[in-house]
Design a protein around this ligand. Structure first.
Ligand code: PAF
Length: 281
């Protein structure tokens, strides 16, 4: 596996692959990779001749009081995981390589970015859409892989690809969990031992909601109420949001029908964790 730092190097490697008629998969990441990322890379390796993993902590998607400076980084460990999973190229640019200081262009989306994480992180999705568009132009993949843990991000990227006619298939992949149900996340490393134990409340509360829906509950308010009630039993948990929305539009719904995303964001201590489930009724 090759590790490169410049856009020019990525372009020349991918150009050669394309000349040889090889298909290319892209797994965009911010590094500090875990089993969740590994599952995306392995899926991409199965479905493409060559796989590029981007490893870039994108500054434009962090708000001023967020964890950009402390976001965990470990390139050697990431490279090992990528190699084991079968990636062919790891792209690890510096911010100066990705962004001109005097840049004046960004990709902004209305609608789907208003609710959920967009409410508490107002500039987040503009940063995500901009960097993902840039990565798509740099790598020109046939397919790109995103985890369902960031369900709103997945819906936003799918919509962006449709609206801007990117010729790329977006593949959404299932959430990978720890044994006790906590969704794998690079941010789990921020948790103290006590907080780590408390963090199981997220998945536990979602399970209560999911069971209600599976048993036929159609009233979104009732499902939401049950999730909130269970989350509030954990003293270390502070709810950012609990929302039930249409997965395609990310608009809140009152009746459970169609493709339904139940998403939560909860602070455990200072760490903001997200989790969700999607049902098709
Ligand atoms: O999901 C992430 O890790 C990031 O938001 C992404 C898609 C790599 C863009 O920086």
């Amino acid at each position: 596996m090759q590790i490169v730092k410049t856009i020019g190097e990525v372009r020349s490697v991918v150009k050669q692959w394309k000349k040889e008629g090889l298909s290319v998969g892209l797994v965009p990441t911010m590094g500090f990779l875990h089993e969740g990322h590994k599952s995306l890379i392995e899926r991409a390796v199965k479905e493409n001749d060559r796989v590029v993993v981007s490893d870039f902590v994108n500054p434009t998607q962090f708000g001023p009081n967020e964890d950009l400076a402390s976001y965990p980084r470990d390139l050697d460990r990431d490279a090992k995981l990528c190699e084991e999973a079968g990636a062919a190229l790891l792209f690890n640019p510096e911010p100066e390589e990705m962004y001109y200081e005097d840049r004046t262009t960004s990709v902004n989306m209305e609608g789907l970015t208003k609710e959920l994480c967009g409410k508490s992180r107002p500039i987040h999705f503009s940063g995500v859409c901009t960097v993902v568009s840039k990565l798509f132009h740099i790598v020109t993949p046939d397919r790109a892989y995103f985890g369902q843990k960031d369900a709103q991000q997945l819906a936003v990227i799918k919509r962006m690809v449709r609206d801007l006619n990117f010729d790329i298939e977006i593949v959404g992949c299932p959430i990978i969990r720890e044994e006790d149900g906590l969704a794998k996340s690079s941010r789990n490393t921020y948790l103290s031992e006590e907080e780590r134990k408390a963090a199981v409340i997220l998945n536990q509360s979602l399970k209560i909601g999911k069971e209600m829906i599976e048993k036929g509950e159609k009233d979104a308010a009732k499902v939401k109420e049950a999730i909130v009630k269970n989350l509030t039993t954990e003293p270390l948990a502070k709810i950012d949001y609990v929302e039930i929305v249409d997965f395609n539009t990310i608009e809140p719904i009152t009746t459970i029908k169609g493709s339904v995303l139940t998403a939560i964001a909860v602070y455990i201590g200072k760490t903001r964790l997200i989790d969700n489930f999607i049902v098709n009724i």
